[in-house]
Design a protein around this ligand. Structure first.
Ligand code: SF4
Ligand code: SF4
Length: 351
């Protein structure tokens, strides 16, 4: 069992969820402040409300973990599988859905699941491809259903929740705990870490750290702290990166078939971004290209920078259009006033 520090007493009454109404379960999840712990941080109650609104045919526990040195979900499932399954059943009750699937990339968890002979839940093993952890890709992989990029799986009958989120739901509903800690892969070790712990205090070595994995994480600032969405802390490797050798592996692995190498060239040479705006926007930050790159180039840092600059450019363009329209309106008003004044001068009032 992973060692867990002493927690504050539970904040809520424990619930008998089999007897509770779906709306009271939803209210508890909202009250406990549970968010998507796979990285998105989207409020779970809002996602479940959307699932109830559109109708849910399938609830998927996402335990697919394919990034380098990230094993937090794997460790959680190996030590607390029954709570994760309980959380999945609670969500099934909340959404009035009995099709429950646990998706894993870890064969040991799959074996443990099979030997535990758990009723009413299916366990599927998924390839350890970095893109498979993304919920739309996971739905496509498991059920062959394409979820359009501008919509959410919950709008198409699929609700996907990370296994850490399901564990938090189980604790909030069954035991009354608000989530105040989570399992994190810190460098090479998986452990429980309390939320708001300063990230720099987690590694005695004074190297630069990334909040998140080495592939998809961001460089942690000095005052960054652990949040509910932090699944890993890694040492930054961007200083080790070498020049691009044009091998094309980043292009080959991109699940969105983006021209990653040419995007990198444009971003590094500060070319006009207009030609790659659509490409950087289409990137859903799975990190597959970073994992594949033999030169260890922090491709996602470049792409995020490109997204930021594309957004700034769009905002500037919108501001310019507004400014020009305002100027046009203003000069029209001045010209109308001038015309009216001229007319008054031509026909002075009679006393
Ligand atoms: S470009 Fe984006 S979507 Fe494509 S592999 Fe890289 S991170 Fe994933
Ligand atoms: S994988 Fe890395 S080295 Fe190879 S083409 Fe892409 S950016 Fe260049």
């Amino acid at each position: 069992m992973l060692e867990r520090s002493v927690r504050l007493p539970p904040e809520f009454e424990s619930m008998n969820w089999q007897q509770a109404t779906p709306s009271s379960i939803l209210a508890r999840i909202k009250e406990a402040g549970i968010v998507g712990m796979g990285g998105a941080g989207y409020p779970t109650a809002a996602k479940l409300a959307s699932g109830r609104h559109y109708g849910t045919q399938q609830v998927i526990a996402n335990g697919v973990e394919c990034e380098p040195n990230v094993n937090a979900d794997r460790s959680l499932m190996r030590h607390y599988l029954s709570q994760v399954i309980e959380g999945l059943r609670i969500v099934g009750r909340c959404l009035d859905c009995d099709q429950l699937t646990l998706a894993v990339s870890d064969r040991q968890t799959h074996r443990e699941f099979q030997s535990a002979a758990i009723d009413g839940v299916t366990c599927e093993i998924v390839d350890d491809d970095p893109a498979n952890g993304e919920e739309r890709v996971l739905v496509q992989t498991l059920f062959g259903k394409t979820i359009p990029a501008a919509t959410y799986p919950s709008q198409h009958g699929f609700v996907v929740l990370n296994v850490a989120t399901l564990f938090a739901i189980c604790e909030a509903v069954c035991d009354g705990y608000r989530p105040t800690d989570r399992v994190i892969s810190v460098i090479d070790d998986d452990r429980w870490v309390t939320i708001n712990t300063p990230i720099q205090s987690l590694d005695a070595d004074s190297s630069t750290l990334r909040q998140g994995s080495v592939a998809t994480g961001v460089v942690a600032t000095d005052d960054a702290t652990v949040t509910l969405t932090t699944n890993a802390i890694a040492r930054d490797r961007s200083q080790l990166s070498r020049a691009c050798i044009h091998c094309g592996w980043c292009d080959d692995v991109c699940p969105r078939s983006l021209p990653v190498e040419s995007m990198l060239r444009s971003l590094q040479s500060c070319e006009t971004l207009a030609s790659i705006d659509a490409h950087v926007d289409a990137c859903f930050e799975c990190g597959a290209c970073v994992v594949a790159c033999p030169s260890q180039i922090p491709l996602l840092d470049w792409i995020r920078q490109g997204k930021f600059e594309a957004n700034v450019t769009r905002l500037k363009q919108r501001a310019r259009v507004r400014f020009e329209r305002r100027n046009k309106r203003e000069s029209q008003r001045v010209s109308e006033e001038e015309t009216a004044r001229e007319a008054r001068i031509q026909s002075p009032p009679k006393w």
